[in-house]
Design a protein around this ligand. Sequence first.
Ligand code: F6R
Length: 264
Amino acid sequence: MLVLLEPDFAALSRQAARIVAGAVRSNPSVNLGLATGSTTLGMYAEIIRIYREGSLDFSDVTTFNLDEYLGIAPDHPQSFHFFMRENFFHHINIQPARTHIPDGMITGDYEEYCASYEQEIREAGGIDLQILGIGRNGHIGFNEPASSLASRTRLKVLTSETIEDNRKAFIPGEKIPECAITMGIGTIQDARRILILASGETKAEAVAQAIEGPITASVTASSLQLHPDVTFIIDEQAASRLKHKQYYRRVMEMTALLDEKPQR
Ligand code: F6R
């Protein structure tokens, strides 16, 4: 596990964008796993900035989003379809047919639909680089506490904490989604590399539990401790409850000096 400490949200976003841009440059047909949420906004803006400089080509890139609210149409401003179009896809030369986001309007056989999403990921050759945010309760995707650490894409009921966190994005009085379709922890673990971003004091406890706490289904991000290639990029506030901050800083300094691929 590599823990990169950044002074603030802007620096965190630049660092994350650099890693994604590097992945696209070194493999133009890379398969990216994408997340939505406020934490990813700076990263997408920075990737778009780099793209506009002319050094990135997304025409062969394939993407799979982690999740989507159930019962929210793709043109709803709070849908993850809308988020991805507005904040990323419309600004780069990605082929719409190569972008995949779970269908929140699916009805009927959810299991069959979720299995087909997993199948699409497999047929594309698996996810090379998965981007994640983290919820206040330590969720990744919408894998709420007590999600199986072997789970696959499925329908999940959201916790009241997550529903409250999402409420601010919806118009007062509007019905807030209570369920989502999300990749499972097992699906996320299959990605070859994982990048997880966290910003702000409200994430500090979840980050400390995920990096330094026990591996537990109560904090599903802690499952990332089992993955061989995970990079946490966190700002000062989100890092405020980490016990081994000084050590993570020293690893960053030594890595820069040795000019080597950082330790994981
Ligand atoms: C979004 C997702 C969620 C968010 C998490 C943090 O696709 O899967 O796990 O990453 O809830 O959201 P923000 O960044 O809005 O705090």
